[in-house]
Design a protein around this ligand. Structure first.
Ligand code: IMP
Ligand code: MG
Length: 170
């Protein structure tokens, strides 16, 4: 669905954009594990600013493919967000429910600013109107895997993204 070169070219653009937007106020990148770990690694290296990195682990899907809207924080941040310019880095926004929860949770920690960078947004599925400052690709309503995205924990290491056409549990 989205090839390796296409992904890398888009991340270079996002990196340039973030570098320009955050000049003089280096951002703290917060990756949402596990899916965002690949994107986070490439995005961080495409930003030419002294960025800091932290991760949060949330669990929303289990082995199922539909968002319940119930998000559980499995690993919290190490870094204090007060006064920081935070960019929340997401692999894919589907219903947007995970994002809505996380944004509210992070905003309560008093960052100086809070923006969202999502590599993929699935068209037409959002149940909430969340502002997405940086978006890599809008993709059609198919379940996808690769480049950090899993199906039952597999395929995260593929350098490209493709549609999953197998049987889904749940
Ligand atoms: P949302 O809460 O419905 O927006 O779901 C967001 C989370 O669900 C993402 O961070 C992913 O971990 C997971 N997810 C959503 N769509 C896909 C997909 O097509 N493949 C793999 N994981 C997905
Ligand atoms: Mg997942």
């Amino acid at each position: 669905m989205v090839g390796e070169k296409e992904i890398q070219a888009r991340i270079a653009e996002l990196g340039d954009q973030i570098t320009a937007d955050y000049a003089g106020r280096p951002p703290l990148l917060i990756g949402v594990l596990k899916g965002a770990f690949v994107f986070m690694a490439d995005l961080a290296r495409a930003i030419r600013l002294p960025v800091e990195i932290d991760f949060m682990a949330v669990s929303s899907y289990g082995a199922s493919t539909r968002s319940s809207g119930v998000v559980r924080i499995v690993k919290d941040l190490d870094i204090d967000l007060a006064g920081r310019h935070v960019i929340l880095v997401e692999d894919i926004v589907d219903s947007g429910l995970t994002l809505t929860y996380l944004r509210r949770n992070l905003a309560a920690r008093h960052p100086a600013s809070l923006a969202v960078c999502a590599l993929f947004v699935r068209q037409g599925n959002q149940k909430t109107q969340e502002e997405l400052r940086y978006v890599g690709f809008e993709i059609p309503p198919a379940f996808v895997l690769g480049y950090g995205l899993d199906v039952a924990e597999r395929f995260r290491n593929l350098p490209y993204v493709c549609e999953f056409t197998g049987e889904l549990s749940g």
